[in-house]
Design a protein around this ligand. Structure first.
Ligand SMILES: N=CN[C@@H](CCC(=O)O)C(=O)O
Ligand SMILES: [Mn+2]
Ligand SMILES: [Mn+2]
Length: 324
């Protein structure tokens, strides 16, 4: 049975500064509170999926289950740049290979966080987190609107891979967006999926064909460069304007291997971080991001927490609200 377990408090450690107004010297580790139901406060809600069963089933290099706590360690010391609260909802631990149970537990916890008014940030774990995140958002919106017809969710996935595989023996880290496409078909909904940074050398032509059949939008890694910036911003803006809600997911294997060695399936080329930052800013400006997550962090292959720091930096980019 998969279980939601609070994190050890000693994960949230860091420097304490006294040189200035105490409101302006806060770091994440000083803001974090464990989540208690009906806390009545909005803010960020961190929720880990300590699971590598999806990667195992997808024949990848396991180790991602230890990812969420190391991303927290790297978040701990970052400066806090928001006016609201920060909650740790804990980790859903996938036990005895119960991936489907873990995804269900994850999505149910996400629904609670969304009902509280939080912006949930998922910490992976393999990319099976995406089905849990999408399903949690879809269930929440269905309950809010009393009907699934009001769901107009766009998924933006930064990833070297489409993750549109058809499940063989159950779901895996390679199947989440196929599962979403199936869900949309059953509910009579459009499937809105934009995959950024997908690599021709990491996906077979069959997977490109499947993306086309499903009307998925994609931009390949070699198209993501500065000379193409206007086009990239236009594509992202056009996609976000088409939907009411955005679920944003970043698979760390979309970055070059020297920036993100700690993943199951490293890219060779990867997309540039400076362009990614601009695109993330564009997505953030849409004010439609309801759920975000970081996937595929695998500490077994990381060096000096380089990939975990990158994950924390991405979360900070997406959530900070500096005074302009
Ligand atoms: N999460 C996705 N993983 C990739 C793995 C590719 C590989 O192991 O080489 C995929 O299924 O395409
Ligand atoms: Mn992926
Ligand atoms: Mn990937």
């Amino acid at each position: 049975m998969s279980e939601l377990i609070p994190v050890e408090p000693n994960i949230w450690n860091g420097r304490v500064d006294h040189d200035g107004d105490s409101q302006l010297t806060q770091r994440w580790h000083q803001k974090i509170k464990p989540y208690t139901e009906h806390s009545g406060s909005s803010g960020l809600g961190l929720l880990g999926l300590a699971c590598d069963e999806g990667v195992r089933r997808n024949h990848g290099r396991v180790g991602a289950a230890k990812g969420p706590d190391l991303i927290r360690k790297c978040l701990a010391n970052l400066p806090w740049n928001r006016n609201d609260d920060l909650f740790d909802l804990g980790n859903v631990h996938c036990q005895d290979g119960d991936l489907e149970g873990a995804q269900t537990q994850f999505s149910q916890t996400l629904v609670k966080a969304l009902k509280e008014g939080m912006l949930p940030v998922g910490l992976g774990g393999g990319h099976e987190i995406a089905w849990g995140s999408f399903k949690g958002l879809a269930d929440f919106l269905t309950q809010e609107h009393k009907t699934p017809k009001g769901l107009n969710i766009g998924i933006i996935n930064f990833d070297a891979h489409f993750d549109l595989r058809k499940p063989e023996k159950g779901a895996s880290s390679g199947t989440p967006f196929w599962q979403v496409a199936q869900f949309c078909e059953h509910q009579g909904l459009d499937f809105h999926y934009l995959c950024l940074g997908v690599s021709r050398s990491s996906n077979t032509p069959a997977l490109f064909e499947r993306a086309d059949e499903l009307n998925a939008a994609y931009i390949t890694d070699d198209q993501i460069h500065r000379d193409n910036l206007d086009f990239l911003i236009e594509e992202v803006t056009c996609f976000t304007s088409m939907v009411d809600h955005v679920y944003l997911t970043i698979d760390l294997d979309v970055f070059p291997p020297y920036q993100a060695p700690g993943v199951s399936a490293p890219a060779v080329r990867g997309i540039p971080l400076d362009i990614t930052a601009i695109l993330l800013h564009t997505i953030k400006q849409s004010a439609k991001v309801r759920v975000m997550d970081i996937a595929e962090y695998n500490p077994e292959f990381d060096h000096d927490l380089r990939t975990a720091r990158l994950a924390a930096w991405l979360i900070n980019q997406l959530t900070d609200q500096p005074v302009e």
